[in-house]
Design a protein around this ligand. Structure first.
Ligand code: NAP
Length: 285
């Protein structure tokens, strides 16, 4: 297939590597000449340009720009597309994107690969990023079934974990497992660096090990992406944050009251609950 990618960063670049490996012809468009040249050098695309007309003959185009640029990117693409061209996106929020884009382009299928790394930009692109990760597609009533089938077929070549849901259910779910963790992890980093004793602060940094590495990872990621998650999924994120604050208050109260039995019960419950998030047959990164 002839695949187009707009936005040659972590996600767009990683898609390009995998789709080229699968034998597709991949053309890329990005904002900067430098990024286009690096994408060609790194083997992410067969060719790249800052001009949208490069993608005129594409069968499917993945829009991989920051969330705020997805609809404007589609508007800039439209004059170059044939009506059969299928557009999909990779934005981490779906309701706002699907509502903005569907009236502009009938053949649009919203998507979100649940994969990422701390770093971003073209240099962060890696092959195999999506393997074993969930990939969500959010078609709506008006989405042409043939377009959904084509995008699903392509996405299944990246990962066998493809899920379908409404944009709203997607946003409510990712508020819990993706957007809330970014805010919680950022708060954890902030709380630690608030340590006022410089000797203890230095020790904290020296002693930080695997537990802190795991729990601080998503809070130390791309700030632009974190802001987009909050801005475009504000209501569901707020709902999750308030529920989290309630749980934190509960813990504070138990510790204040030296309620060790209650604390143990709570931690036993969470130990048991964690396994519900992960199937043992899958390596969840
Ligand atoms: P990224 O590494 O920063 O890449 C985005 C690329 O888009 C940049 O390299 C930039 O290219 C280009 N770009 C930026 N602003 C643009 C604009 N206004 N118009 C056109 N191109 C523009 O970001 P990313 O992490 O790949 O995220 C891209 C999308 O994937 C976002 O919608 C995000 O929600 C989604 N996503 C991210 C993750 C994650 O964990 N990172 C996971 C799943 C989905 P130039 O270098 O040419 O400026």
């Amino acid at each position: 297939m002839k695949i187009g990618i707009v936005g040659l960063g972590l996600i767009g670049g990683s898609l390009g590597l995998d789709l080229r490996n699968d034998g597709h012809s991949v053309l890329g468009v990005s904002r900067q000449d430098y990024t286009c040249n690096r994408a060609i050098e790194l083997g992410v695309v067969d060719d790249a340009s800052v001009k949208m007309n490069l993608l005129a003959a594409s069968d499917i185009i993945f829009i991989c720009t920051p969330i705020s640029a997805i609809a404007p990117t589609l508007q800039a693409l439209i004059p170059h597309l044939s009506p059969e061209t299928i557009i999909t996106d990779v934005g981490s929020v779906k309701t706002a994107v699907v509502e903005a884009v569907t009236p502009l382009w009938h053949n649009f299928v919203g998507g979100h690969p649940m994969a990422g790394r701390e770093s971003n930009g073209i240099e962060a692109a890696v092959s195999g990023l999506f393997t074993d990760c969930a990939y969500v597609l959010t078609p709506v009533d008006t989405t042409p079934p043939a377009a959904v089938k084509q995008v699903e077929h392509l996405v299944r070549s990246l990962t066998n974990r493809v899920y379908f849901c409404s944009p709203q259910d997607h946003d409510r779910a990712v508020a819990w497992i993706s957007h809330l963790p970014v805010m919680v992890s950022a708060s954890l980093i902030n709380a630690c660096i608030d340590e006022t004793d410089p000797i203890v602060l230095e020790l904290v940094q020296q002693l930080a090990s695997s537990g802190f590495r795991d729990t601080s990872r998503v809070g130390g990621g791309n700030p632009e992406l974190g802001v987009m998650m909050a801005r475009y999924n504000r209501d569901f994120l707020l709902r999750s944050l308030l529920s989290y604050r309630h749980r934190l208050d509960e813990l504070i109260e138990r510790v204040e009251q030296s309620d060790w039995q209650g604390l143990e019960q709570q931690l036993q419950d969470t130990q048991a609950a964690r396994s519900q998030f992960f199937s043992p047959s899958v390596d969840h990164r």
